[in-house]
Write a protein that binds this ligand. Structure first.
Ligand code: NAP
Length: 232
């Protein structure tokens, strides 16, 4: 018998917001394929122990093009209602574009902007014609809202991601899929740190509500965790 549950492919789910996304979709009855890097046991594996049959764990480092292609090959023939790329990195927020090293600039830009788009370009054929493709951006990716600076390189990477999503969306005119760029709020994770304003449980269920609310609405939206439009 075929599995009629909605299904999500969540990329970058070993910890933090990606792990919480996987858990939230499982709680809502979805079948989830979620990814980690490497072979080390993660909190996602603990989650799998509690959701046998509903959570599959795959492996991909989004920066490694061969691994992205191998993931696509392993998942060939599958169809997902949602592809969501959560993986991302931060750098020292005080580093400016004037003093960041070229290597660090490349690390952040390649991980946060180029690689999520490569994942989407490689895996979008697995998403159902009326499904959803999303990326985890940040409110810091808004060019218009950048009144105070800081986080220069990270901001630039998320602004680039947003722009690449707009270019991707422009190529998808006529598609029934919804495309979402999410700003999850400032959340207490390894990246967000202990002083962030939101707990994971305040952000992620609303992020999932926001993504779900877009289902069936074609086109690209840049939305925060409350479903509010973020200025480009
Ligand atoms: P986190 O706790 O540092 O987790 C980052 C996740 O991304 C981990 O699962 C990590 O896997 C994965 N990852 C990083 N590089 C990867 C790569 N090359 N390939 C595959 N996976 C990779 O951060 P978080 O706070 O949960 O952030 C998740 C996303 O939300 C990021 O895109 C971040 O920019 C965005 N965001 C976070 C906040 C916040 O306040 N926390 C705010 C706005 C946006 P490993 O465990 O293998 O490192």
């Amino acid at each position: 018998m075929s599995d009629k549950r909605l299904s999500a492919l969540i990329v970058g789910a070993s910890r933090g917001l990606g792990l919480a996304l996987a858990e939230e979709y499982l709680r809502r009855g979805w079948h989830v394929v979620a990814t980690v890097r490497g072979q080390t046991k993660t909190a996602l594996h603990d989650l799998q122990a509690r959701h046998a049959g509903s959570l599959e764990i795959e492996t991909v480092d989004i920066v490694a093009q061969d691994q992205v292609a191998a993931l696509r090959d392993r998942l060939a023939g599958r169809t997902f209602d949602l592809l969501f790329v959560n993986a991302g990195v931060a750098n020292d927020p005080d580093e400016t574009i004037g003093n960041v090293s070229t290597d660090e600039f490349i690390r952040v830009m390649v991980t946060n902007a180029l690689s999520p788009m490569r994942v989407i370009e490689a895996l979008d054929g697995l998403v159902s014609p009326s499904g959803t493709i999303g990326v985890m951006s940040s409110g810091l990716g808004s060019v218009a809202d950048n009144e105070h600076g800081g986080w220069e390189v990270y901001r630039g990477s998320k602004a680039a991601l947003n722009t690449f999503m707009r270019s991707y969306a422009a190529r998808q005119r006529g598609s029934r899929r919804s495309l979402v760029i999410i700003a999850p709020g400032w959340v207490r994770t390894d990246m967000g740190g202990p002083h962030a304003t939101l707990g994971i449980e305040e952000s992620i269920p609303r992020v999932v509500d926001t993504i779900s609310a877009q289902s069936g609405t074609p086109g690209l939206k840049y939305l925060d965790y409350m479903g509010r439009t973020v200025r480009w």
